[in-house]
Write a protein of this length. Structure first.
Length: 462
């Protein structure tokens, strides 16, 4: 089927509105079970990131190794129990999911801290299929940098039919040559593009190798859980196409040319593997002066003889269509200069104020948060202008809602649906959405040092 990209999106949006219907979507499943589907128990552990070293003070949602890849089903209730075995308080935020506000995992704004030995039940029904992830929203720079982040896959109602489904958690670690953590940030870097890690991993390993079926058509899910790095990803040795960005299906144009994936963002690829056995296919990051191989796939077995166009595009998610004619327009200016005094927070603030949204720096959550930056009416459509007045790129993330990219003053933009927009230096991006999910929702840069030194805020929908 050859459909133009724009038509595809238009058609998928039409389907979307038919499904979503009225103003407020009922996200919470009706028959929430008392017993959780699974328990996540974040705890202190050790891990070997470098040969012959054992890194201590690693935090994981697993007893050993990286966090489990969670699988929920679109439209089915999902129940995770957080049992906090860390020596400090935490919460879990479900990045990219449209869920009830009370399940969003932001201390003081949506729930209390979950202290050591306490539990909290997260229960929600994901309305959208795709690749999402989870991480704490408390002492965020430390907890994420020490290892608390994991992938959440929401499976489509119908299996899309790939031969293999592989998920990679991409992140760096700030380790010295002895394998131990070094200071997580340098203030002068926090005030610029952020402090980068020293050891680059996928699923907590340097360039891990995976066996894949020769001639097979696989789905590769890439999740940037790093606190700083913007990846530019390409595939060498196979044909790849992007089938979803940030969980939302794209028309799937063939070819992959150094696609940017910022902190918080996700990319799903369909990859057609070479027919011969024993061939290496490499996932390469080009965002640094010396590109490096993030992970290697090695073909195995007789060829499955698949073709890149074998599978249908993924079905659209039921995100309501904003009414642009009646939409109210709200600007958000991201600056490096603040005019008002910072409202300090104690949940992991770095103690510096380098950034601001609409001239107000917010350093973190606190029991006495500042007023919302915007108050929205439930069911109304809005256009947000994200205006970058800095020479740095910022991945701007909105909780609890998904927005459509409308236009940029710098480049052509496809009308993709996302929760995290990569805002280039001096760029203005307009996005639109229906305010269909009541509550207080964070809006912040996902370079965590920027978030923690002022580039954070929240909006209220009532
Ligand atoms: Cu990925 Cu405020 O979060
Ligand atoms: Cu930023």
């Amino acid at each position: 089927m050859t459909q133009s990209r724009r038509n595809f999106l238009k058609n998928s949006l039409v389907t979307a509105s038919a499904v979503a219907g009225g103003a407020a979507v009922g996200f919470l499943g009706s028959k929430a079970q008392a017993r959780p589907d699974l328990v996540l128990k974040p705890a202190l552990t050790e891990h070997s990131f470098l040969p012959d070293t054992l890194t201590s003070k690693v935090f994981s949602y697993n007893a050993t190794g990286p966090a489990p890849v969670l699988r929920a089903r679109q439209g089915q209730p999902f129940h995770v129990r957080l049992e906090n075995a860390l020596p400090e308080e935490t919460t879990i935020h479900w990045h990219g999911l449209r869920l009830p506000n009370a399940m969003d995992g932001v201390p003081f704004l949506t729930q209390p801290y979950v202290y050591e030995h306490e539990t909290f039940d997260y229960i929600f029904t994901p309305p959208d299929a795709g690749t999402f992830w989870y991480h704490p929203h408390c002492n965020t720079l430390e907890q994420m940098s020490y290892g608390l982040n994991g992938i959440l896959i929401v499976e489509e109602e119908k299996d899309p039919g790939f031969d293999q489904d592989l998920a990679l958690n991409l992140r760096d670690w700030r380790l010295g040559s002895d394998g131990q953590f070094i200071k997580l940030y340098q203030a002068r870097k926090s005030a610029r593009s952020g402090t980068f890690g020293t050891v680059k991993t996928a699923n907590w390993q340097e360039n891990p190798l995976f066996e894949v079926p020769s001639g097979g058509l696989i789905r590769l899910r890439l999740v940037n859980t790093d606190v700083t790095r913007i990846f530019k990803l390409g595939i060498s040795g196979a044909t790849a196409k992007i089938i979803a960005l940030d969980g939302y299906p794209t028309p799937g144009q063939p070819g992959l040319d150094q696609q940017s994936v910022g902190p918080g963002q996700r990319m799903d690829l369909a990859i057609l593997l070479p027919e011969e056995e024993g061939v290496d296919v490499e996932l390469i990051n080009y965002s640094a002066s010396t590109p490096w191989t993030v992970s290697t796939l090695k073909t195995k077995g007789p060829s499955l003889k698949r073709a890149i166009g074998d599978l249908k595009p993924l079905p659209a998610n039921p995100v309501p269509i904003p009414d642009l004619a009646s939409a109210e327009h709200i600007p958000f200016e991201f600056t490096a200069t603040a005019e008002s005094a910072p409202k300090s927070g104690f949940c992991g603030s770095l103690g510096f104020s380098f950034w601001a949204i609409n001239r107000q720096p917010w350093l973190g959550v606190s029991p006495d948060p500042m007023a919302p930056m915007a108050e929205l009416k439930l069911g109304k459509s809005y256009i947000f202008s994200f205006i970058n007045r800095t020479p740095h790129t910022h991945p701007i993330h909105l909780h609890g809602l998904s927005f459509t990219l409308l236009k940029s003053n710098k480049r052509p933009l496809e009308p993709l649906i996302t929760d995290t927009a990569l805002l280039l230096p001096d760029e203005q991006i307009d996005v639109a959405f229906v305010a269909d999910n009541p509550g207080d929702w964070l809006l912040h840069c996902h370079i965590i040092e920027h978030q923690k030194t002022g580039m954070s805020s929240f909006i209220r929908i009532t």
